[in-house]
Design a protein around this ligand. Structure first.
Ligand SMILES: Cc1cc2nc3c(=O)[nH]c(=O)nc-3n(C[C@H](O)[C@H](O)[C@H](O)COP(=O)(O)OP(=O)(O)OC[C@H]3O[C@@H](n4cnc5c(N)ncnc54)[C@H](O)[C@@H]3O)c2cc1C
Length: 430
């Protein structure tokens, strides 16, 4: 357990229903490899898998076990795209790099489902599409723009009116929705564990319970130190996202960890589940403080939203999620709520993930802003290409220097103030 974790929310529906964790013995003694990956979430596991498949020797060091961080705790919604819409990405980064970023993010869910199929990963993957219901006129305008921009680029999205939205949700109260056929859902921890097994089969060496406590330059390479081991490598990839510690303090100051929480029922009776998301869609709505919800294959209703830093505030948020769920689906009033948990996402100041070169030969891939099932997998592949020697200019994502967030020490009150401001704007529809 790390300093900013909370025992109240460390166990989840996903840990309760997980496949066995593949053996990942701690690093002991001295070892060498071409590449070290720090962090065993989707980004790190994808990087290790793609490096091993390219025949490059790689060792992954994870402080706990693969999937222990956000990757094993999330809503399992496989949503393509970045937080910003494609036109904004291209306007900011230009048509060439921006276009490649849009293609990478748009194809990210294809990559996830292809990896699952290619490696036979047992993670309840399902792909009926991602539904983004709009809660008000401003939300509807935003999803309309999103549908128009992606459709112009040939993606399979459509705009639904209020009755069609109510039919797919099995609930009233939304004014329309985006349906993105590229999206779907999965059991996130089992996806992470499957990536770990696939990486091992391809030749990657994975070490659990191996927190990296120091990273130093040595000759032309780098040395990573854990409690009981030492690893010498040529290049380092940092994939620590919302769990970034002080291994590289400058990296930590580029990120604001924010807690997201979920609640889930026990499997619902056929009678109760019948009306809920009848075609199996995963939904995350258009609010700034979004609600994301779906059924798992066993008919458990899973609802997620924003948490708080403290235990009491987080438990209050969880109770709010149960109440919101019952308002949306009144039949849930009879359901047994069996699980609640949470984890940390990493927010960035510009809402984009970052590929930050923190030192020559040391690259971080972090800042998925709460949307990392697809994007962290995709960026992990880009990080593997970088470590394999692909020049930065040829990568489909910009390589930047860490840009510390001003007044980072004040992040907790700043997040609380932002959450209150977003809640007000969601309520007022502005
Ligand atoms: C509750 C919740 C719900 C979410 N829902 C969704 C969703 O439905 N769809 C979606 O797309 N995204 C969702 N997300 C976001 C998504 O889970 C993340 O963006 C994604 O998992 C990030 O993956 P990662 O590999 O970058 O980081 P993580 O999975 O967080 O992994 C980082 C790892 O680094 C390790 N680490 C840290 N420091 C060290 C060190 N010094 N040495 C060794 N190891 C270290 C940690 O132990 C951790 O395991 C959600 C997140 C949360 C918390």
């Amino acid at each position: 357990m790390i300093a900013n974790e909370d025992p109240v929310i460390a166990e989840s529906l996903w840990t309760a229903t997980a496949n066995p964790t593949p053996p990942c013995p701690p690093l002991e003694g001295a070892a060498e490899a071409e590449v070290a990956v720090v962090g065993g979430g989707f980004a790190g596991l994808s990087a290790a898998l793609h490096l091993a498949e390219a025949g490059i020797s790689v060792r992954l060091l994870e402080a706990e076990t693969p999937g222990w961080g956000a990757s094993g705790r999330n809503g399992g919604q496989v949503n393509p795209g970045l937080k910003e819409d494609p036109d904004s990405v291209e306007a900011r980064f230009g048509p060439d790099l921006g276009g490649r970023m849009v293609a990478l993010a748009g194809d990210a869910s294809d990559l996830v489902f292809d990896l699952i199929a290619r490696h036979g990963i047992d993670c309840a993957a399902s792909r009926p599409g991602w539904l983004q219901p709009a809660h008000d006129a401003a939300g509807l305008a935003a999803v309309r723009r999103r549908v128009e921009q992606w459709t112009r680029r040939g993606a399979a999205l459509s705009l639904l009116d209020a009755p069609a939205t109510a039919e797919l949700l099995g609930a009233e109260g939304y004014v329309g929705a985006m349906l993105d056929k590229r999206g779907g859902s999965l059991h996130p921890l089992n996806y992470a564990l499957g990536l770990a097994t696939a990486a091992q089969r391809a030749g990657a060496v994975l070490h659990g319970h191996s927190r990296v406590v120091s990273l130093a330059r040595e000759g032309a390479g780098h040395v990573l130190q854990t409690a009981r081991g030492r690893l010498k490598v040529r290049r380092v990839i940092l994939c620590t996202n919302g769990y970034t510690d002080d291994l590289v303090p400058a990296l930590r100051r580029t990120l604001v960890p924010v807690r997201s929480v979920q609640v889930a029922t026990a499997p619902l009776s056929d009678n109760l589940r019948r009306g809920i998301l009848p075609q199996g869609h995963a939904a995350s709505d258009s609010r700034r403080l979004l609600l994301y919800f779906r059924l798992d294959p066993q008919g458990r209703f899973v609802m997620g939203g924003r948490g708080d830093y403290g235990t009491a505030g987080t438990l209050r948020q969880m109770e709010l999620l149960r109440r919101v769920s019952c308002k949306l689906y009144p039949q849930l009033g009879e359901a047994e709520w069996a699980h609640h948990w949470g984890g940390f996402v990493a927010m960035t100041a510009d809402h984009y993930p970052h590929m930050d070169e923190v030192a020559p030969g040391v690259m971080a891939g972090v800042g998925f802003n709460g949307r990392g099932v697809a994007m962290a997998t995709a960026l992990g592949k880009v990080l593997a290409d970088w470590a394999a020697g692909v020049p930065a200019a040829a990568l489909p994502f910009p390589v930047t220097r860490p840009r510390p967030i001003p007044f980072h020490a004040l992040r907790k009150p700043a997040v609380r103030a932002t959450v209150a401001w977003y809640r007000l704007r969601d309520r007022l529809g502005v």
